[in-house]
Design a binder for this molecule. Structure first.
Ligand SMILES: Cc1ncc(COP(=O)(O)O)c(C=O)c1O
Length: 403
């Protein structure tokens, strides 16, 4: 308790909590699934609807800059993930961007036919690889536990999840990229669980392609548009299959044939969800102003304290995340046979985490709006629920559509 208070008193990010809506009495440990709402989003969305849409109507494509938002916001995100201006576009969903990135990677290695991925990947990643395989003959998906040792000269594209969605384990993306390049392959980084919460060094690692979402640690809102990164050196050579008019070099020339934009806009497809874009602006503004090293240091401090307190007070749970803070992202997972009802009992008491199959209790620690005292309080509630078997109550056993 004293330790947590001292850590909070010295926390350089503590003031940021005021920038977010956090419901009274809630300890929100699910920012790794849907980030909290920045207060500024309310004003921006109100302006986007009340003025830009209601009053500006179609003129807002030019006057409010709607048409350029994918690259304007992409440039704002770029430094957060170690990219340069012109290498990132905000658009579509992560799954759709992954489809584009997979084909883009294949377009850079036309003589190769293997997509290599981890069998522990987030499921949509592998479903999208299956979709690519179904759209083109002769391709093959190879699933492995350890990417580093499996990359060989047959591999065209390696797909790696920077942070494992179940365990929070960090993948050695830099080493995987270096090995892939030695073997002549290209790599796609899935940054869903790292963008906005860890320093990501795309250009420093010589990365090729990356995708990720903005509704987790970037606090863009439910269904916020995702991002796609392509290294500048690949842009002139790469192609993607969703060749819609927004990716055309001259969309308003209305020419009959498709001619891709020369830059990152070639990854766009069609009209974008502008209201969702405008909501995302608030989260981007907050994160773009921060030192990612400080964000990382606080997340390590929060997760380490959580592990220490749970292991001391709730021995029935087994740690499912790396113990070494440098080896995990901003989430901590524990396993328990009855993980689902325990998570429901926690939510009923205001401690919001989530459940992942088959037996994982998952907790995300956004350093922007959580304190060390939140961690202390959350563990006290968890301990109470376990000691009193509250989770056995019938109302905690029924599963909702979203877990
Ligand atoms: C690692 C990872 N990849 C991809 C996705 C899919 O994102 P979307 O549903 O936005 O397409 C998620 C969603 O949580 C994810 O965690």
């Amino acid at each position: 308790m004293q330790k947590a208070k001292a850590l909070d008193a010295a926390d350089p990010l503590a003031h940021l909590r005021e920038a977010f809506f956090i419901p009274d009495g809630m300890i929100y440990l699910d920012g790794n699934s849907l980030g909290a709402m920045p207060k500024a989003a309310l004003g921006i969305v109100s302006e986007a609807t009340g003025q830009e849409w209601a009053a500006g109507l179609i003129t807002s494509w030019n006057k409010a800059g709607w048409f350029d938002l994918p690259t304007v916001y992409g440039d704002r995100l770029a430094p957060v993930i170690g990219a340069s201006a012109g290498e990132v576009a905000i658009c579509d969903s992560t799954s759709i961007n992954l489809y584009k990135a997979l084909f883009a990677g294949l377009s850079l290695r036309p003589k190769r036919h293997v997509i290599l991925a981890e069998n522990s990947s987030f499921p949509t990643d592998l479903y999208m690889v299956e979709g690519v395989l179904a759209s083109r003959e002769g391709l093959q998906m190879r699933l492995v536990e350890d990417l580093l040792s499996a990359i060989d000269e047959t591999v065209a594209v390696v797909l790696v999840n920077h942070v494992d969605y179940r365990t929070g384990a960090l993948a050695p993306v830099e080493a995987i990229t270096a090995r892939a390049h030695e073997m002549g392959a290209v790599v796609i980084w899935d940054l869903c669980h790292s963008a906005g919460v860890l320093p990501v060094g795309l250009n420093a690692a010589g990365a090729d392609l990356a995708i990720g979402c903005t509704y987790k640690y970037l606090n863009g809102g439910p269904g916020a548009p995702a991002f796609i990164y392509c290294a500048a050196r690949h842009l002139p050579h790469v192609s993607q299959p969703l060749s819609g008019w927004w990716g055309h070099a001259k969309p308003f020339a209305f020419e009959p044939g498709f001619a891709p934009d020369a830059g990152i806009r070639k990854f766009l497809c069609g009209t974008q969800p502008i209201l969702s874009f405008r909501a995302l602006e608030a989260g981007l503004e907050i994160i773009a102003a921060l030192d990612m090293a400080a964000v990382r240091a606080k997340s390590q401090s929060l997760t380490s304290l959580f592990i220490e307190l749970v292991e001391a007070g709730v021995p029935a749970l087994t740690l499912a995340s790396p113990r070494d803070a440098s080896q995990r992202g901003a989430q901590v997972s524990f396993s328990h046979e009855h993980a689902y009802p325990i998570v429901q009992a926690l939510i009923a008491r205001g401690v919001v985490g989530d459940f992942r199959m088959p037996n994982i209790l998952r907790f995300g620690f956004s350093p922007l709006y959580l304190s060390h005292m939140d961690v202390v309080r959350a563990v006290a509630i968890l301990r109470d629920i376990m000691q009193n078997d509250t989770w056995k109550d019938a109302r905690f056993q029924t599963r909702g559509a979203v877990t």
